[in-house]
Design a protein around this ligand. Structure first.
Ligand SMILES: [Zn+2]
Length: 349
């Protein structure tokens, strides 16, 4: 697993520079908002960003826009600072519970221990049920001086509009492949450039997600999964074998690979060779598809249409797997693989 405490030291990460400077500028001008909504796809480090900024606010000897790391507040923050509250779905739960929001309201009412700022981080803010959300709204409506709330969400659209409108939005954006690859290369001790590119492609260019994939030690399983996905399309592999591999890999990552492979096939059909080509089995499959199709005509259009449709399905599956509604991951991957096998690409015997 990724050591987030170590990563937090390097916040702002390269793709978070603008967001960090913006908050820093507001803090230095004494114009921090009472509440922020840190929004953007998962795997971009929004939580570690919030934690680092909270520590910066607590630090009593701020240095060059960073916490000093050695004052009493910084030392306290390493174990859990009494002026910093972090909440999010508890283990085994997908919801932020009303009791946790009540704790938040209570925390806000108290005065600061250290005499400075008080900060609250709500991770997975979209996982609040309606009673939690309404309770939070009350706290947002009655701001307390020197108290700052950071709501973090991958799905800000599902938050109550009244909550969204009371927060200043800080949007996080997926970096370009090249920039993400440079960063990922620095994090990985061993590994070739090919690995980075294929990890990032599977992770939709979200660097922390790619790092997690790398640290899971699943690179071989990943390669095997990609190979077998190709073989499934050629009628040489079975769905249950792939479902079991997807279980080892994590269903979300597995769906990521399916999207990636379908994108590569689409690009080959359009004769735009992608930068991130994936592993050799995928490239071989793409070349086979390209030569079996020819550069134009109805066959090309039909194949492109089915691949695009599959890509859409994979995107929906990703969303389902990331939602708070407790999806059946195995069922999702199984039906996606079934659709994959049925693709009319004229490759199976
Ligand atoms: Zn400090």
């Amino acid at each position: 697993m990724t050591d987030s405490a170590v990563l937090e030291q390097s916040v702002p990460l390269p793709w978070q520079e603008n967001q960090w400077q913006r908050l820093l500028g507001q803090e230095q001008a004494g114009k921090l908002a009472h509440a922020y909504l840190l929004a953007g796809p998962p795997g971009l480090g929004k939580l570690i960003f919030a934690r680092r900024f909270a520590r910066y606010l607590l630090c009593s000897d701020k240095q060059k826009g960073q916490p000093c790391g050695s004052c009493q507040n910084c030392s306290l923050a390493k174990q859990g600072h009494p002026d910093l509250l972090m909440i999010g779905p508890q283990e085994g739960s997908r919801d932020v519970k009303i009791a946790q929001i009540r704790e938040l309201a209570e925390f806000i009412r108290l005065t600061s221990h250290a005499g400075g700022a008080r900060t609250v981080i709500v991770d997975h803010a979209h996982a609040m049920n309606s009673s939690s959300a309404n309770a939070l709204l009350k706290s947002l409506e009655e701001p307390t001086a020197q108290t700052y709330l950071f709501l973090i969400s991958d799905a800000p659209g599902t938050l109550l509009p009244t909550i969204r409108s009371r927060c200043q939005r800080v949007q996080f954006i997926t970096p370009a492949l090249e920039d993400a690859a440079v960063w990922l290369r620095q994090q990985l001790v061993s590994g070739t450039e090919e690995d980075e590119v294929s990890l990032l492609a599977a992770a939709g260019n979200r660097p922390l997600y790619a790092l997690e994939l790398a640290h899971s030690g699943n690179l071989e399983v990943q390669q095997e999964f990609q190979r077998k996905v190709c073989h499934l399309l050629l009628g040489k592999e079975s769905i249950p074998a792939l479902v079991s591999l997807a279980g080892k890999l994590g269903e979300k990552a597995a769906v990521g690979y399916l999207s990636q492979i379908s994108t590569i096939l689409i690009k080959y059909l359009l004769e735009e060779r992608p930068i991130a080509e994936g592993n050799s089995a995928v490239v071989a499959l793409a070349q086979q598809l390209q030569s079996a199709t020819g550069p134009q005509g109805d066959s090309l259009k039909a194949k492109l249409a089915s691949l695009l449709e599959f890509y859409e399905l994979a995107q929906q599956a990703q969303q389902q797997l990331g939602s708070s509604s407790n999806p059946n991951a195995q069922l999702i991957i199984e039906s996606l693989l079934w659709r994959w096998r049925q693709l009319p690409l004229g490759l199976a015997p």
